[in-house]
Design a binder for this molecule. Sequence first.
Ligand code: SF4
Ligand code: SF4
Ligand SMILES: [Zn+2]
Length: 307
Amino acid sequence: MVWGRGVFGGRMFGIRVITTCFGEVTPGIQCCVVQGINREIVNRTPTISPFDTSHCSICGKPLNVHQKVRGGTCDNPACRHTQLRRQLQAKHEQEQILRERAAGLCRKMIADTRLEAQDTLPLAILPSNESPLVNLPERRRRMFRDRLMGVISTAAAKLAGPDRNAPHNDDEQIVAPNVDSPQQLSLLAQGCATCRGYCCQPGGEHAFIFVETICRYMERNPGQRPRHVLESYLSHIPPKTYHLACLYQGPEGCRLPRKMRSRICNDYLCTGLIQLLSETREPHNPRAFAVASVGGQIRRAALIHSE
Ligand code: SF4
Ligand code: SF4
Ligand SMILES: [Zn+2]
C-alpha cells in the first residue's frame, strides 16, 4: 500500500512506501503488520516531497498561501530554523564543489600555459552576468536622458546656492576597501570583465548617477555648463548594452570613465573580489584565477594578472 501523499513511492521523493496494509497488532493501536510500527508514530514522521509546496517541508503541516510564498515552512520557529540550516549547508556544499572545480581548472590552465614555479593561484569565485548583448533601445536612452537632465539641474542649483560647500550626502554611504595600487585595480577590473558586470545590472536607466555624482563632476569641471555636462554623459553610452542592465555596460565593460561614475560604482566590490584582494595583497601576488559562475556552474574562467 502506498502511504503518504502523492503517487510516487520511495525515499527519493520523501514519501514512504509500506508494502502492506495497516492492521491491528496490539489491540486498540493500528500498526503496520509487517514492520510492527505504531501507525500514530508513522503518521507523525514528516515524509514530504521536496516538490510538494503545499506542506511544510520540515514537519508536513499544510501551509497557508503566505507560508508557501515565504519559503515552504510553517510558522514553527524550529521548522524555520531547520530549513535555514539546510539551505546554508546546501549553499556551503555547493561553494565547496565549485571551489574544487575551479582549482582543478586552474591547475590545468597553469599546466597548459606553463606558468613558471606555480602550481596554484589565488581563486576569485565570482558571479556571472548572463544577460544577452542587445542594441540599446531608443526608449531606454530617452528615459536616462530625461532623468539625468533633472539630476543635473538639481546639482547646478545646489552648487549655486548656500549649500554649495556642504559635504555630499553619499560621502558616508560605503566603506570603500583600500585599493592602493594601479596593479590591484587592474586585477580587480579583469575580475569584473570575467564576470561581465553582474552587479551593474540594477543600474538600468539611472546608472547610479545621483545629484552628488554630478556635483563632484561639476566641481572638477567648473567650465562646463549643464548642457555640456549632459552631452558629456550621453557621449559615453555604448550602442550595445546588456539587456535591461545599466546602459553604460558595453561588451568591454563600463564605458563611463571612472571620474564620472558615482561613488557606489567606484567603491563597490563583491565578496569574491574582496577575498581576491586579501589573497593577492600579502605577499604581493600578481596573478590570480577568476571564474564566473551561476548556480554552481562555471561559465567563464580566466588567468588574470596585474599589469
Ligand atoms: S564587483 Fe563582483 S559582481 Fe560586480 S562586476 Fe565586479 S566581479 Fe562582478
Ligand atoms: S555606470 Fe558603469 S560601473 Fe556603474 S552600474 Fe553602470 S556599468 Fe556599472
Ligand atoms: Zn513545520
